[in-house]
Design a protein around this ligand. Structure first.
Ligand code: BG6
Length: 505
């Protein structure tokens, strides 16, 4: 224990009805999974290069995955050898685990490529050849690592290629841009696939640290009794990023921080923090509780939102000179239910900010402290905080006032801290996409989002989408426009921390 605590409605359009969700329980990680042909659409795109190909290589070489073959497809005119060279480079550059020559040999044989221009029949043929190698039990996992417009064309291609049976489909965000488009997209998906075949990925939920929130809350008796409005003062979910837009300005210009980050990642993480205990660790029970959180989200009030745009954004290629797209957003939201009524949730995220971090901070109500003299230091460093860091190290810190050693009664902020890095299991952490691809192969929906949940979020977002406040400029390497302080007053943003996390000695 040392003194280094991190301080610091509009009318609803008609919705669709869904086929009854499959009652799949979370499988034991040891249960064998049938072989899979993974059809990777967008196989030469950025996500495939950075995450999916390195992730698949790790799953294969670590024996976590069942026997698989990967059929890559995209606009690029590669042959098998070209795709293998592309994959090799991606894995060398972005893989978190280096592959030995032997491991690479074990992986590269499993890769084949069909250019999209070759058409559905050629794709079907490649999948069938792979299935013959794997045997009659083989299942299909179609990973749509493509933008939404292209996704619709891919669904059609899958129908034409007759690749819908024995298949699951992984879809990437954005899942629409408002309620009407989300419903339309879900309807289109359901023309081809039943809801239980669809896995909408939100990679934040695949992060080890996000799942640790569930473990922390529901596997222990310590915090759940005080996890409510009587003891919690407010919650912050703060995900500043230092990175800019690289080559993504074109995509980002029509998306912005709210749709790119809040509707997907921040609200999903908020649901893990705010949900009621599910009746079981199984997909339907967890989705039900998350969806209840989304249904109790109060409509987003534009007056409680600060939009920002970093200086220089409008001179990027692909950005309109008068663009109002927000590269930063901070907002105060509320949940209208018995557990959380009156407790503000402050959310913030943005590009080109001063630091990169992924923090959830729970501030507890303060004690009366009447027995301590005014100058004892009690309360001088804010309330007690429980802080989750969503980095791979899954850090958790609990800060509290304790006695400073020596004469008299001087109080100071202390903390108890945990980091996965400091345990013997640090090497077992799976990268989010690795975990989620494996879960999709297991048919486990626990960490995926549902059509219903996403539609609720868009519905609650409508007031903001209809009437967004103007984007205020903010300097690169800052914490956003000044208005963020008024938004959170009388509280203060935890970031930047006054004192850093304790580093392993
Ligand atoms: C993506 C967003 O979904 O998540 C990006 O599109 C963002 O804009 C990224 O940078 C952040 O993910 P991570 O895992 O790197 O924190």
């Amino acid at each position: 224990m040392i003194d280094d605590v991190p301080q610091a409605t509009p009318p609803r359009p008609q919705t669709i009805s869904y086929p009854a969700t499959e009652r799949v329980t979370s499988r034991s990680p040891l249960e064998p999974v049938d072989p899979h042909v993974i059809v990777l659409f967008g196989a030469t795109g950025d996500l495939a290069r950075r995450k999916l190909l390195p992730g698949l290589a790790y799953l294969v070489t670590s024996d976590l995955a069942p026997d698989i073959r990967v059929v890559g497809t995209s606009l690029e005119d590669f042959d098998d050898a070209g795709f293998r060279a592309f994959a090799r480079q991606a894995i060398d550059e972005f893989g978190s685990h280096r592959l030995s020559a032997e491991q690479w040999d074990a992986f590269d044989d499993r890769l084949v490529y069909v250019p999209q221009s070759a058409g559905p029949d050629r794709l079907a043929q490649a999948v069938k050849e792979a299935e013959q190698q794997l045997g009659p039990q083989t299942l299909r996992l179609h990973y749509l690592s493509v933008p939404p417009k292209a996704a619709v064309a891919v669904l059609q291609m899958l129908r034409e290629a007759d690749l819908v049976d024995r298949a699951r489909v992984v879809m990437e965000k954005p899942f629409g841009t408002d309620l009407a488009s989300a419903i339309a997209l879900n309807n289109t998906v359901h023309e081809t696939f039943a809801e239980e075949q669809v896995f909408r990925i939100d990679h934040f939920l695949g992060k080890e640290a996000a799942q640790n929130i569930l473990a922390f809350r529901f596997a222990n008796g310590l915090f759940e009794p005080i996890w409510n409005r009587n003891f919690i003062d407010h919650v912050q979910i703060d995900i500043p990023e230092t990175l800019g837009l690289d080559q993504r300005a074109g995509f980002y210009e029509s998306t912005g921080a709210y749709k790119d980050m809040v509707v997907t990642h921040l609200f999903q993480v908020m649901a893990f923090v705010a949900m009621e205990p599910p009746t079981a660790l199984e997909p339907r029970a967890i989705s039900e509780e998350k969806n209840k959180v989304f249904r109790s989200l109060l409509p987003i009030d534009p007056d409680q939102v600060v939009r920002g745009q970093f200086a220089g954004y409008t001179s990027l290629d692909g950005v309109a000179p008068d663009s109002d797209t927000e590269t930063f957003i901070a907002l105060k939201v509320g949940l209208d239910n018995w557990r959380w009524a009156g407790v503000p949730f402050y959310l913030r995220t943005g590009k080109r900010m001063a630091e990169g971090a992924r923090i959830i901070s729970i501030a507890f109500r303060e004690a009366p402290r009447s027995m301590f003299p005014h100058n004892s230091g009690v309360g001088s460093a804010g309330p007690d905080h429980l802080t989750f860091d969503l980095a791979d190290e899954s850090k958790v810190s609990l800060s509290f006032y304790g006695k400073r050693p020596g004469p008299g009664m001087r109080l100071e902020k202390l903390s108890m801290q945990f980091s996965t890095e400091e345990t013997e299991r640090a090497a077992d952490v799976l990268e989010a996409y690795e975990r989620l691809m494996l879960d999709a192969m297991r048919g486990d929906h626990t960490l995926f989002t549902t059509a219903e949940g996403i539609e609720s979020l868009w519905e609650r977002s409508q007031p903001l989408l209809d009437d967004p406040p103007e984007s205020k400029p903010y300097p690169v390497d800052s914490w956003g426009p000044n208005a963020i302080h008024q938004l959170i007053a009388p509280h203060a943003w935890r970031l930047p921390f006054e004192r850093a996390w304790r580093e392993k000695k």
